[in-house]
Design a protein around this ligand. Structure first.
Ligand code: 5GP
Ligand code: ZN
Length: 111
Protein backbone atom coordinates (compact mmCIF):
# COMPACT_ATOMS: atom_id res chain seq x y z
CA UNK A 1 0.00 0.00 0.00
CA UNK A 2 2.62 2.58 1.03
CA UNK A 3 5.37 3.33 -1.47
CA UNK A 4 8.88 3.23 0.01
CA UNK A 5 10.08 5.92 -2.43
CA UNK A 6 7.16 8.31 -1.90
CA UNK A 7 7.84 11.44 0.16
CA UNK A 8 4.22 11.78 1.25
CA UNK A 9 4.12 8.13 2.41
CA UNK A 10 7.28 8.93 4.40
CA UNK A 11 5.54 11.97 5.91
CA UNK A 12 2.56 9.79 6.92
CA UNK A 13 4.96 7.31 8.58
CA UNK A 14 6.85 10.13 10.33
CA UNK A 15 10.07 9.35 8.45
CA UNK A 16 10.07 12.90 7.06
CA UNK A 17 8.99 15.62 9.50
CA UNK A 18 5.92 17.73 8.78
CA UNK A 19 3.66 20.16 10.57
CA UNK A 20 0.71 17.83 11.08
CA UNK A 21 -2.78 19.36 11.13
CA UNK A 22 -4.99 16.27 11.23
CA UNK A 23 -4.82 12.48 11.12
CA UNK A 24 -7.27 9.60 11.23
CA UNK A 25 -7.13 6.04 9.89
CA UNK A 26 -7.53 7.13 6.24
CA UNK A 27 -6.47 10.78 6.00
CA UNK A 28 -3.40 12.87 6.87
CA UNK A 29 -3.16 16.68 6.61
CA UNK A 30 -0.12 18.90 6.99
CA UNK A 31 1.22 22.32 6.05
CA UNK A 32 2.74 22.75 2.60
CA UNK A 33 6.52 23.29 2.82
CA UNK A 34 6.34 26.10 0.24
CA UNK A 35 3.05 27.77 1.15
CA UNK A 36 1.29 30.02 -1.34
CA UNK A 37 -0.40 31.70 1.64
CA UNK A 38 -0.48 31.34 5.42
CA UNK A 39 -2.30 28.11 6.26
CA UNK A 40 -1.71 26.41 2.87
CA UNK A 41 -2.49 22.81 3.75
CA UNK A 42 -2.23 19.48 1.96
CA UNK A 43 -4.84 16.80 2.64
CA UNK A 44 -3.89 13.31 1.49
CA UNK A 45 -5.23 9.77 1.64
CA UNK A 46 -2.93 7.43 3.56
CA UNK A 47 -3.54 4.99 0.70
CA UNK A 48 -0.74 5.49 -1.82
CA UNK A 49 -1.85 6.33 -5.33
CA UNK A 50 -0.47 8.84 -7.81
CA UNK A 51 -3.74 10.09 -9.27
CA UNK A 52 -7.31 10.57 -8.13
CA UNK A 53 -8.30 7.63 -10.33
CA UNK A 54 -5.99 5.34 -8.29
CA UNK A 55 -7.70 5.98 -4.94
CA UNK A 56 -10.62 3.85 -3.65
CA UNK A 57 -13.85 5.78 -3.07
CA UNK A 58 -13.89 4.77 0.60
CA UNK A 59 -10.61 6.64 1.14
CA UNK A 60 -11.49 9.53 -1.16
CA UNK A 61 -14.77 10.37 0.51
CA UNK A 62 -12.98 11.17 3.78
CA UNK A 63 -10.80 13.87 2.21
CA UNK A 64 -13.18 16.76 1.51
CA UNK A 65 -14.66 16.95 5.02
CA UNK A 66 -11.09 17.41 6.34
CA UNK A 67 -10.32 20.09 3.73
CA UNK A 68 -13.60 21.80 4.68
CA UNK A 69 -12.69 21.76 8.38
CA UNK A 70 -9.23 23.17 7.69
CA UNK A 71 -10.79 25.93 5.58
CA UNK A 72 -13.13 26.74 8.47
CA UNK A 73 -10.43 26.83 11.13
CA UNK A 74 -8.18 28.93 8.86
CA UNK A 75 -10.78 31.67 9.16
CA UNK A 76 -10.36 32.50 5.48
CA UNK A 77 -13.45 33.88 3.77
CA UNK A 78 -11.84 32.96 0.45
CA UNK A 79 -9.90 29.85 -0.37
CA UNK A 80 -9.06 27.41 -3.17
CA UNK A 81 -9.20 23.62 -3.12
CA UNK A 82 -6.89 22.30 -5.84
CA UNK A 83 -5.92 18.80 -6.92
CA UNK A 84 -3.48 18.18 -9.77
CA UNK A 85 -3.14 14.93 -11.77
CA UNK A 86 -0.16 14.40 -14.07
CA UNK A 87 2.80 16.53 -15.11
CA UNK A 88 0.92 18.54 -17.72
CA UNK A 89 -1.62 19.36 -14.99
CA UNK A 90 1.24 20.58 -12.72
CA UNK A 91 1.42 17.57 -10.42
CA UNK A 92 4.91 17.31 -8.87
CA UNK A 93 4.41 14.80 -6.04
CA UNK A 94 2.94 11.50 -7.19
CA UNK A 95 0.79 10.83 -4.15
CA UNK A 96 -2.72 12.26 -4.38
CA UNK A 97 -3.06 15.50 -2.46
CA UNK A 98 -5.66 18.21 -2.16
CA UNK A 99 -4.36 21.74 -1.63
CA UNK A 100 -6.40 23.98 0.68
CA UNK A 101 -5.09 27.47 -0.01
CA UNK A 102 -6.53 30.35 2.01
CA UNK A 103 -6.71 33.62 0.05
CA UNK A 104 -6.02 36.49 2.42
CA UNK A 105 -8.07 39.66 2.16
CA UNK A 106 -6.26 42.35 0.15
CA UNK A 107 -5.70 44.44 3.27
CA UNK A 108 -3.82 41.56 4.92
CA UNK A 109 -1.18 41.35 2.18
CA UNK A 110 0.56 38.08 1.33
CA UNK A 111 0.99 35.21 3.75
P1 5GP B 1 1.67 19.53 -6.72
O1 5GP B 1 2.28 20.49 -7.69
O2 5GP B 1 2.19 18.13 -6.91
O3 5GP B 1 0.16 19.60 -6.72
O4 5GP B 1 2.09 20.05 -5.29
C1 5GP B 1 3.02 19.42 -4.46
C2 5GP B 1 3.13 20.25 -3.20
O5 5GP B 1 3.84 19.51 -2.24
C3 5GP B 1 3.87 21.58 -3.40
O6 5GP B 1 3.03 22.66 -3.01
C4 5GP B 1 5.10 21.44 -2.49
O7 5GP B 1 5.45 22.65 -1.84
C5 5GP B 1 4.66 20.38 -1.51
N1 5GP B 1 5.76 19.59 -0.97
C6 5GP B 1 6.72 18.95 -1.69
N2 5GP B 1 7.57 18.29 -0.88
C7 5GP B 1 7.12 18.52 0.39
C8 5GP B 1 7.60 18.09 1.68
O8 5GP B 1 8.59 17.37 1.82
N3 5GP B 1 6.89 18.52 2.77
C9 5GP B 1 5.78 19.32 2.64
N4 5GP B 1 5.17 19.69 3.78
N5 5GP B 1 5.30 19.72 1.44
C10 5GP B 1 5.97 19.33 0.33
ZN1 ZN C 1 2.73 7.77 -1.27
Amino acid sequence: MASTACIFCKIVKGEIPSFKLFENDKVFAFLDIQPLSRGHALVIPKFHGAKLTDIPDEDLREILPVAKKLAQVSGAENFNILQNNGRIAHQVVDHVHFHMIPKPNETEGLG
